[in-house]
Ligand binder design. Structure first.
Ligand SMILES: Cc1cc2nc3c(=O)[nH]c(=O)nc-3n(C[C@H](O)[C@H](O)[C@H](O)COP(=O)(O)OP(=O)(O)OC[C@H]3O[C@@H](n4cnc5c(N)ncnc54)[C@H](O)[C@@H]3O)c2cc1C
Length: 369
């Protein structure tokens, strides 16, 4: 049965999306407008706190409810859904961190949307998949570590914001930490313009001897790999929700186009009915896996398969929406055009489709016949 607080949460989010986000979606996409007020408002609505158990100050409806809320946002604006994921992922990470006073206080602030932050963890996730070395180095010092190196892409950051990342210690250990974007030694740099997601405040982060106190360490070297394994399924599921939302947006565009040109559109592949059935199938799997991820007993392979299927469906649905919309959908201002770029992003953000297919293949080969 659906938790009553989940329904109330979705009502609040639905209202915010219709009244506040919908009129801004084009500016977020084309004028790099960073929807800070909306992200903070989603915190007030309880989207991020949904990830926390009641005893940690959460509102208890859980990961599945947070996913439904992120998807609701994604149906109108993929960039804002990704930002809501960044914020949710930061909260989820701290939920799994040691119960240090400092980390708990940051978790409360992030869950309420009073502070904002992004997970710069693609590098760590690729590192654990054997794809690249850690880009940050940590030198132990009195009461903490000094961090140096750079991360090419981190979203949802800026003055007053936080970011999480992983670093390698010289003795071979690895850790996860949280740092302030305005700490001495941190530089945030704009990169070249991207094809989309311009409003996500995605910057490169350069660290030069940045002091991170021991109480800001979210995973100690002895727990590093186990920590990422604990955190990753919920991370990946919540990110999949942004993609599921984008698919819903594509369906909305297709329905709209069919009202005008249903007769010709029936010659196209990937009809509204086909895509809607696929979307329902993926939601059913997502809702099965979310409580299992919360309980720490989800099968990682099922999560990877779901996330890959979401990336693939995004690409099919967005191309179909563009074709259904016809020439109107080729206008830069049309939502189907924007969703093509949002859908590509879901396939190239870590875990990327190429990484997922590789990991699924390796896991399947490792399974007993
Ligand atoms: C709009 C946008 C937002 C993103 N937000 C986040 C985020 O919030 N957190 C996060 O951790 N990651 C973020 N990423 C990174 C993303 O998740 C992928 O890790 C990244 O796109 C690399 O993908 P890939 O694995 O296909 O590597 P490839 O694109 O195949 O690149 C191979 C390697 O080259 C290096 N590389 C790639 N791009 C650059 C660059 N610009 N400068 C220096 N080295 C580079 C990296 O080590 C990368 O692993 C974002 C990317 C984009 C485009």
């Amino acid at each position: 049965m659906t938790h009553p607080e989940s329904l109330a949460l979705l009502r609040r989010v639905d209202q915010r999306v219709r009244l506040q986000l919908s009129p801004l979606a084009a500016a977020i996409d084309q004028q790099a407008h960073y929807p800070e007020d909306i992200l903070r408002g989603l915190g007030e609505d309880g989207v991020y706190a949904a990830l926390l158990p009641a005893e940690a100050g959460g509102r208890a409806p859980g990961l599945a409810a947070a996913m439904a809320a992120i998807a609701e946002v994604g149906a109108v604006c993929g960039s804002t859904a990704f930002l809501a994921w960044c914020q949710s992922a930061s909260v989820w990470l701290l939920r799994h961190a040691p119960p240090r006073t400092e980390l708990k206080s940051l978790m409360t602030e992030l869950a309420a949307g009073r502070r904002l932050g992004g997970p710069g963890l693609s590098n760590a996730i690729k590192h654990l998949a054997g794809l690249e070395p850690l880009r940050l180095r940590a030198e132990p010092c009195a009461n903490g570590y000094r961090l140096s190196g750079d991360l090419p892409w981190v979203s949802n950051i800026g003055d007053g914001h936080l970011f999480a990342a992983a670093a390698a210690v010289a003795d071979g250990g690895k850790l996860v930490f949280l740092a302030d974007c305005d700490a001495p030694g941190v530089r945030l740099c704009d990169g070249p313009p991207t094809a989309g997601m311009a409003g996500t405040r995605t910057l490169s982060v350069k660290l030069d001897q940045v002091f991170v106190p021991a109480e800001r360490v979210a995973a100690e070297p002895a727990d590093f790999a186990a920590f990422i394994r604990r955190v990753r399924p919920g991370f990946v599921l919540a990110q999949a929700a942004a993609g599921l939302g984008i698919v819903q947006g594509c369906l909305d565009d297709i329905q709209e186009a069919n009202r005008r040109d249903g007769e010709q559109n029936r010659w196209l592949d990937h009809s509204y009915q086909d895509l809607a059935a696929e979307l329902a199938g993926l939601w059913s799997e997502a809702k099965t896996l979310a409580p299992q991820a919360e309980a720490g007993r989800v099968q990682p392979l099922r999560v990877l398969r779901l996330r890959a299927a979401v990336g693939e469906l995004c690409l099919r649905a967005a191309m179909s929406a563009q074709l259904h919309a016809g020439a109107a959908g080729f206008l830069l201002s049309h939502s189907a055009q924007r969703r093509l770029r949002e859908a590509s992003f879901i396939a190239i953000v870590t875990p990327t489709l190429k990484q997922l297919r590789r990991e699924i293949d390796l896991a399947e080969q490792a399974q007993p016949a």
